[in-house]
Design a protein around this ligand. Structure first.
Ligand code: FE2
Ligand code: FE2
Length: 269
């Protein structure tokens, strides 16, 4: 360990430098925020995503580093670590299941909680700020689900180069959807099983990685979340029942739960 002893002048200079860096960070954040609200048609000239050279590969190392730095300014340290975990896990799942663009999956994982800092009324205000049309029941009763859709919309406006596949995966990570794409399923599942998640229901999902199809893994993850919500008396997004019905009948053994084509005649009396 190195211990530095600083004189007063040096310490003052360092404090001033730190304040300058903080002001620059805040200015960068405000520029992104202004751009999100204004939309892609009229970006402010000094917005970081527009200034200078745009990385040729939106999912390459350079842009990944840039998005990581911007995310760090938006979320708590714990959320930042979680996001990096989701990014890594998403890339790993992409490789395990043969998804053709693991770096795209990594980026989608990194930015999936882009709007997570908007909580409660702030999340509702965010919907209005972005002019989004979201089911009022969700806005009023389940604001914790809004950061998926609003994060996707904010990213779409500020970083269109990331593409619709990424925006959709971000939008769908909070509740899932019928007709999940491979990328949607990768991000949804990575969000649940990334290394910093510790609750016990995660273990069977982790153990299922690589054992069947990607859809099997997604269904296992969705089921773990669904059961956890029910067991803890939590509200369900109304679409979750439709999603459950859609995917459960595609699982092996699902037929057992359906009506028989030759029902017991005694039931017709
Ligand atoms: Fe999230
Ligand atoms: Fe997350």
């Amino acid at each position: 360990m190195i211990i530095e002893i600083k004189d007063g002048k040096q310490a003052r200079a360092e404090r001033e430098a730190a304040r300058g860096a903080a002001r620059a960070q805040e200015a960068a954040h405000e520029a992104v925020r202004a751009q999100e609200v204004a939309g892609a048609e009229s970006p402010p000239e000094d917005a970081p995503s527009r200034s200078g050279s745009v990385a040729p590969d939106p999912f390459g190392k350079e842009n990944y580093r840039r998005m990581k730095a911007l995310l760090k300014e938006r979320v708590s340290e714990r959320r930042f670590q979680h996001s990096k975990g989701v990014a890594k896990t998403a890339r790993k799942l992409a490789r395990v299941y043969g998804y053709p663009n693991p770096e795209q999956a990594r980026m989608a994982g990194l930015v999936h909680d882009w709007d997570k800092r908007y909580v409660g009324q702030a999340a509702r205000d965010r919907v209005a700020e972005l002019g989004m049309d979201i089911d009022p029941t969700i806005v009023e009763s389940m604001p914790w689900l809004l950061h998926g859709p609003t994060g996707a919309e904010a990213l779409r406006r500020s970083f269109p180069e990331l593409g619709e596949a990424v925006f959709q995966a971000v939008a769908r990570h909070t509740s899932g959807a019928v007709g999940m794409t491979d990328l949607d399923m990768i991000v949804f599942t990575a969000d649940l099983i990334e290394p910093s998640r510790t609750f016990k229901d995660v273990e069977p999902v982790r153990a299922a990685v690589g054992k069947g199809s990607l859809e099997d893994l997604f269904f296992t993850a969705f089921k773990a979340i669904f059961v956890n919500l029910v067991q803890n008396n939590r509200m369900l997004h109304p679409d979750m029942v439709e999603i459950w019905n859609h995917y459960s009948v595609r699982q092996p053994g699902a037929q057992k739960g359906r009506l028989s084509s030759s029902p017991d005649p005694r039931l017709n009396n």
